[in-house]
Design a protein around this ligand. Structure first.
Ligand code: SAH
Ligand code: AVI
Length: 323
């Protein structure tokens, strides 16, 4: 299996120098408590996310996969032989397999993710299905500088950012992230990006409130992780999952609602919760196609193509820098 490269040496989890610990303490100290959504993806969280992608209510994954199937030939046509495919937040890399099958002359695939278990599993699977593909799994934050192995540094880069993970960033941050990706992908760079669309609440709300409670477990798992890795003492049964649509912001918000007045200890700090007070754990912005194109333009990209499904649930955009 390919060796996993780490983008930086992490500080010990839970130490004062650990950047995640600082973000967590800052988020819980606000009058409206928040936690960053990258914390969802520990080993169990990555498994729960995969379970979510298979739920009947969670339309994005299967809809996007079908769009990628239909668009793959066109994407391949614009991809020079020897290109490097760089994926941001690659998770299981399952949808990537569709692109990889259509792009046999890539020089390498570089999946970037904060979840080591997801990178390990995906790399092992890809080694069996695409034995001649060079895979460079990279553990780290996709918002950081990307340094490719020397042999690949001059190759054209095709970025892939599926799953509507861009929707987990507020528009101003999404714009910064897209500009940063433009820098990382270089002047001949292209980006294929999945973006979830605005839609009727009868479809949207069940996708984040599934009948089996998998999304609830995914959300609550963040507390289990803080207990394990940061020595917190959350009583998980005293919190409940809530997902609502914020129409003004055009986003699904996920919260963990305190079911009673309580206080929780974490890294030597005490956090008081009133009954009904929540921790805001995730935003998932939903765009119209013109809104997203405008965001991409502001970030320095030129929208070349957009594909969608027959029900207009989800969109896949191809963005270029040079045109
Ligand atoms: N691309 C996959 C997975 C989407 S889930 C799909 O479309 O199904 C979001 C993925 O992004 C998870 O695997 C998570 O671990 C990863 N992720 C979230 N924030 C990240 C960050 N800041 N840097 C790198 N990876 C991140
Ligand atoms: C990864 N991300 C785009 C998913 C989403 O839909 O916002 C994460 C997720 N949250 C709840 N269900 C799935």
């Amino acid at each position: 299996m390919s060796q996993i490269a780490e983008k930086q040496t992490p500080d010990a989890p839970g130490s004062a120098k650990d950047p995640a610990a600082r973000v967590i303490l800052a988020g819980l100290s606000q009058s409206r408590k928040t936690l960053p959504c990258f914390l969802f993806y520990d080993v169990h969280g990555s498994e729960l996310f995969e379970e979510i992608t298979r739920l009947p209510e969670y339309y994005p994954t299967r809809t996007e996969a079908a769009i990628i199937e239909a668009a793959a030939k066109d994407i391949a046509l614009h991809t020079p032989p020897g290109s490097v495919l760089v994926e941001f937040g690659s998770g299981s890399s399952r949808k990537t397999e569709i692109l990889l099958s259509a792009l046999p002359s890539l020089s390498a695939y570089v999946p970037i993710d904060v979840s080591r278990s997801a990178l390990d599993e995906a790399s092992a699977r890809l080694a069996v299905r695409f034995p001649s593909l060079r895979v460079f799994p990279t553990l780290g934050d996709f918002a950081e500088h990307l340094s490719l192995p020397q042999a690949l540094s001059k190759r054209p880069r095709l970025g892939f950012f599926p799953g509507s993970t861009i929707g987990n960033f507020a528009p101003a941050d999404a714009c910064d992230l897209l500009s940063h990706m433009a820098e990382n992908l270089g002047p001949s760079g292209r980006l294929v990006i999945g973006v979830d669309l605005r839609k009727d609440l009868s479809i949207l709300l069940p996708a984040y409130n599934d009948a089996d409670g998998v999304t609830a477990d995914f959300n609550l798992n963040i507390l289990v992780r803080l207990n394990r890795e940061m020595g917190a003492d959350f009583n998980v049964d005293d919190f409940a999952h809530r997902a609502v649509f914020n129409r003004e912001e055009s986003r699904i918000e996920m919260h963990l609602v305190s079911l009673k007045a309580q206080s929780v200890e974490l890294l030597g700090h005490s956090f008081a919760f009133a009954e009904g007070e929540s921790i805001h754990t995730e935003n998932s912005y939903k765009y119209s196609i013109p809104q997203f194109k405008e965001l991409a333009r502001r970030a320095g990209w030129f929208p070349r193509e957009v594909w969608t499904d027959p029900k207009s649930l989800f969109s896949l955009h191809e963005l270029t820098i040079a045109h």
